[in-house]
Ligand binder design. Structure first.
Ligand code: PEP
Ligand code: MG
Length: 535
């Protein structure tokens, strides 16, 4: 079966369907009405997205009955009577969202069942189905990795970034999702974990338990392979491992072009483990620490001390190399119920990243305090995501000044940090000459820059075919940003996925980029490409 390859490697294992496990009802705790209503809203919004995708698929298959049915499901999901019944149970009866949904479901079910009209009677089953979907989306207690009896290739409708982060690398050899795209954070995390993965692959329902081969280079999933095919892939796997060993020799070689120009080769990470892996692969520093991943899969914001401990552990492991900490890029696909984010029709263009931080100054201040305190122990830089204006930089600077003044007043030690911005919106690219006067360095986020420049949702499987990372518009932006950065005295790094595209390394270096920041598993491949480029 053909999907889209998003993370390289070959996996041979037993197919297992990923299921979020619903929590035992007696273990549920009530987290307060605001939190529970917000969890319910997020689960409804995810259910709506599921239904929209199913409807799109049914419509492509010209299955008019299902298109109509799913349409009516979506109306029911937004029905004020359903929502009101659930919310009243949360507020008045202090029920956790799950129990409130079950109780509302049972009430509406018996109401419909008791009607004379046959059509209305049949709707009772629909409300059952919708409630089950909402309950699935409310489920947070993930299937534990040790529940897998053997090494598996995981199959899922979709995986969130926080689902992906929890995958046990020892048991889970690869994964396949029906939804998703190459630039989704799920795919990015898979690459950073070195797990082969394919997305947009419509695997059959009845394949669970079968042996399969996942080819993370071509995006193919081969179910029930013959002995001959198995042998072919086992040989290929061995060959790839041999080549990886050969690449290993590059670990201690400098990252310089064939004619001797040094190019900073840095790593993109999301955890202390990633930092350690990146050091093993010979990185010169961390170019992008996606700190928001640290805020996922938990019930509350991490405290200042927790963050401080994590940053210090990274700084110490880096032994003098630089750590670029990106302040939280929360929002869009990276959010948890405790953040109580409102439903947004267009979250990629919504309350995320620096906008979220400026709207939640306490959360932002806590992170900045941890960063400045960690900077006592090594070289730490601060990188701001999703910048669109100079005013945002001024606002952030003023908060930074307050934070440092507070630390000073409290007699706490803090260090100095270089200050940079992500250039990942067309607005930032267009004013990059002005931004260069405000900051020390640029880091170009080609993932978002591509999404916003081409107006192509990076999560949308359907649009992958026009998501052209080498589009002329992107190339022009890149050259412009690099020139403007250099004219203003800024170093320029590329930290989007384009930095790991070795077919494009030569182009990037010729444009004048100073540094590349890539997933730990891509460091050696990219170093090989740098060393093979002559400027
Ligand atoms: C980018 O947008 O290119 C980037 C590096 O940030 P993220 O992928 O985390 O949005
Ligand atoms: Mg980005």
């Amino acid at each position: 079966m053909q999907g889209k390859a998003v993370s390289e490697g070959i996996a041979i294992g037993i197919l297992t369907i990923y299921r979020k496990r619903r929590q035992h009802m007696q273990d549920l705790e009530y987290r307060g009405s605001v939190a529970e209503i917000s969890r319910f809203a997020l689960a409804r919004s995810n259910t709506r997205r599921d239904l929209e995708n199913l409807r799109l698929k049914a419509s492509m298959e010209e299955n008019e009955t299902n298109v109509a049915l799913l349409g009516s499901y979506m109306v029911m999901l937004d029905d004020p009577a359903f929502i009101g019944t659930v919310e009243r149970r949360i507020t008045n009866k202090h029920m956790p969202a799950e129990l409130a949904v079950i109780s509302a479901r049972d009430k509406i079910y018996s109401l419909f069942k008791g009607m004379d009209d046959e059509y209305m009677k049949a709707r009772a089953e629909d409300i059952q189905d919708i409630s089950d979907r909402v309950l699935d989306n409310l489920a947070e207690n993930k299937r534990l990795p040790d529940e897998y009896e053997s090494d598996v290739i995981l199959l899922a409708e979709d995986l969130t970034p926080s689902d992906t982060m929890q995958l046990d690398r020892d048991r889970i050899l690869g994964f396949v999702t029906r939804r998703g795209s190459g630039l989704s954070h799920t795919a990015i995390i898979a690459r950073s974990m070195n797990i082969p993965a394919a997305v947009a692959l419509d695997y059959p329902k009845d394949c669970e338990g079968k042996l399969a081969i996942l080819d993370g280079y071509s995006g193919e999933l081969i179910i029930d392979p013959s002995e001959e095919v198995l042998k072919h892939y086992r040989d290929r796997k061995a060959e790839i491992e041999k080549r990886a060993e050969a690449l290993n020799e590059l670990r201690m070689q400098p990252s310089v072009t064939a004619n001797g120009k040094h190019i900073g080769l840095l790593a993109n990470v999301g955890s202390v483990e990633d930092v350690k892996k990146a050091i093993e692969f010979g990185c010169e520093g961390i170019g992008l620490f996606r700190t928001e991943l640290f805020y996922l899969d938990r019930d509350d914001y991490p405290t200042e001390e927790e963050q401080y401990d994590t940053y210090v552990e990274c700084v110490r492991a880096l032994e003098g190399r630089e750590l670029v900490i990106r302040t939280i890029d929360i929002g869009a696909d990276k959010q948890e119920a405790y953040m109580q984010m409102k439903h947004e029709d267009n979250p990629a263009m919504g309350m995320r990243a620096v906008r979220y931080c400026l709207g939640h100054k306490d959360v932002f201040r806590t992170q900045l305090r941890a960063i400045y305190r960690a900077a006592v122990h090594g070289r730490v830089s601060i990188l701001l995501p999703m910048i669109i204006s100079i005013e945002e930089i001024w606002q952030v600077r003023s908060i930074m000044n307050e934070v440092r003044a507070d630390l000073e007043r409290e007699g706490r030690e803090f260090g100095d940090c270089r200050f940079g911005v992500m250039i990942e919106t067309p607005a930032a690219a267009m004013i990059s000459d002005l931004l260069a006067n405000e900051v020390d360095f640029f880091s170009i986020g080609t993932n978002d820059l591509t999404q916003y420049t081409l107006a192509v949702d990076r999560q949308n499987t359907e649009l992958d075919f026009i998501c052209d990372y080498h589009h002329q518009a992107i190339l022009r932006f890149l050259q412009m940003i690099i020139n403007n950065g250099h004219n203003g005295g800024c170093s320029v790094c590329v930290c989007g996925e384009l930095a790991a595209d070795t077919s494009f390394t030569g182009e990037l270096l010729k444009m004048g980029v100073d540094e590349l920041s890539v997933a730990p598993g891509s460091l050696l491949r990219v170093k090989q490409a740098i060393r093979g480029t002559s400027l």
